[in-house]
Design a protein. Sequence first.
Length: 166
Amino acid sequence: MFYAILAAALAALDQLVKYLVRANIPLGGTVPFIPNLLELTYVQNTGAAFSLLRQHTWLLTLTSAVVVLAMCALMAKGFFKNRLGLFSAALVLAGGLGNLIDRALFGFVTDMFQTTFMEFAVFNVADCCITVGVPLLFLYVWVYVGKEEKKEDGADGAGELPPDGG
């Protein structure tokens, strides 16, 4: 339950930041945020990262919906057995949900964080969640998924003599 609340809170934070940017910064406008690090720049992105697939918003909307539903189903069915899995799933769920809401309501995603120390895509809170959550999810799958079954199989025979008496 905690991780579902975390996902909802992060998606809500994402939506709040996006609302504040849309309400207070003109499209294409920039406001200083963290000197020598970040500016807030209001961008409407119909694509994915770096505006990839910008002509296929429907595909990105569908993909976001599938990811959100998959994360909800996996979390509800208890697929994730530890905090790393649950935390990474919550991040991916929050990011997918945050950007899905934008795509469904506006047909674009509101981006605002622009790095000033290097050339990089403008991004948002949901993108941060996805960028941290997906590698953690891969790490969880790589380290933990399927290991419980193997460990249990090995533990069953521990300390027993081979059938021929050894």
